[in-house]
Design a protein around this ligand. Structure first.
Ligand code: UDP
Length: 372
């Protein structure tokens, strides 16, 4: 029975979500025929202070977005140079050399950009002949680190991501344009909007605007929700704080002008997305992919510079959402979209459906299973 190892990290919610999505799809297609395990690479295979990344990542991005983005920008350039990339892998090697004895596996699936190259390097250096598959979880313009020419397969989410792979030296035979990984539960939401609202205890006759900041409640969710609350738009608000307990308490302490439902981490996002009329979110790839499948139009109220801004451009280009960075712009956009009976919102709903890739997760599962 093949054992599949997922290299991921709880920096944000997207990497875990992708791993769980792939596991779920494989489980449906091949029940009981494999085992699997997730390993948090930042936490287990990097030294202090890097091993605290799962806890510090969202704080870093929230409190000093410019230093995070500068770091990303720099890495993007540095690691295009073969010599630097090799040095980076060599630096990581003393820790990663034990990875495949700590976690013996028959198939290795990497869903985190930072670890693709060092993990491939460690595999080759140890002369372990096991398939290594990259599943890119960034969306429109994945960073250079995602691409390693020695992988067995690189599964990419979008056309631009595929083209980028070609320019970075991957062969067409190595890459498959599968679409982005998303949990199968988003591909078959059969509930009507009314049924979803009944499940959640929301009113059925009022537009619902839902705010999400990824798995960790990132970005200025409080000021964005307040700015929307101050608008004349006829709607109720739903704010999902994710794993950010401090944010949840802060949201709960506010005297909202309109009915506002606050949640912590929810594990039935597909029901929330089906019940809502409009999503306000940062340009996180998993959230965008899920909203597209459920047909929920989005206002992208923020994007991590360089890492997520290409996603925002991609969504706008496909007329699936509006990029309105900052609380005030996002709030004004909500009012405009809900005006005139929501005509503009309907147009976005058509665009967002065109972005959906319902087959993606099954294609990803099939590609991985070929190595079983
Ligand atoms: N998510 C969830 N429950 C929550 C908040 C978020 O399941 O309460 C999931 C969301 O559905 C998505 C992931 O967390 O799958 C967020 O990933 P994304 O790439 O959008 O942003 P990240 O958190 O990685 O920055």
């Amino acid at each position: 029975m093949p054992h599949i190892l997922f290299l991921m990290s709880d920096t944000g919610g997207g990497h875990r979500a992708a791993s769980r999505a792939i596991e779920a799809a494989l489980q449906e297609k091949h029940p009981g025929q494999f085992t699997s395990q997730l390993v948090d690479m930042w936490k287990e295979y990097t030294p202090f202070p890097f091993n605290t990344m799962p806890q510090t990542y969202s704080r870093w991005v929230n409190f000093s977005p410019d230093t995070y983005s500068a770091n990303f920008w720099l890495g993007e350039r540095v690691f295009q140079q073969r010599a630097w990339s090799r040095l980076y892998c060599q630096q990581m090697y003393p820790r990663l050399k034990n990875l495949y004895t700590d976690y013996p596996a028959d198939i290795i699936v990497c869903v985190h950009s930072v670890f693709v190259r060092p993990a491939v390097y460690a595999l080759r250096k140890a002369r372990i002949n096991k398939p290594f598959i990259t599943v890119i979880t960034d969306y429109a313009w994945p960073t250079v680190l995602w691409y390693d020419t020695h992988v067995d397969r690189c599964l990419v989410p979008t056309e631009p991501a595929y083209r980028r792979g070609l320019t970075l030296g991957l062969k067409p035979s190595q890459m498959v344009l599968t679409g982005a990984p998303v949990h199968p539960k988003f591909t078959r939401v059969t509930l009507t909007k009314e049924q979803a609202r009944e499940q959640l205890g929301w009113k059925k006759d009022v537009p619902i605007v839902m705010l999400v900041g990824g798995g960790d409640g990132m970005g200025p969710l409080v000021s964005t929700a307040r700015a929307i609350d101050a608008q004349p738009a006829h709607c109720e608000l739903v704010v999902i704080a994710g794993r950010n307990a401090a944010l949840k308490s802060m949201l709960e302490s506010i005297a909202w002008k309109r009915p506002t439902h606050i949640y912590g981490f929810v594990d039935n996002m597909q029901v929330f997305m089906r019940a809502a009329d409009l999503l306000i979110t940062k340009a996180g790839p998993a959230t965008i992919t899920e909203a597209a499948l459920v047909g929920l139009p989005m206002v992208l109220s923020g994007a991590i510079k360089y890492q997520e801004t290409p996603n925002a451009e991609y969504v706008v280009h496909h007329k699936a959402g509006v990029y309105a960075p900052g609380p005030k712009r996002a709030a004004r956009t909500v009012t405009n979209l809900l005006a005139n009976g929501g005509h503009a919102l309907q147009e976005l709903a058509d665009g967002v459906r065109a972005l959906a890739q319902p087959d993606a997760i099954w294609k990803i599962a099939d590609e991985i299973w070929k190595y079983s």
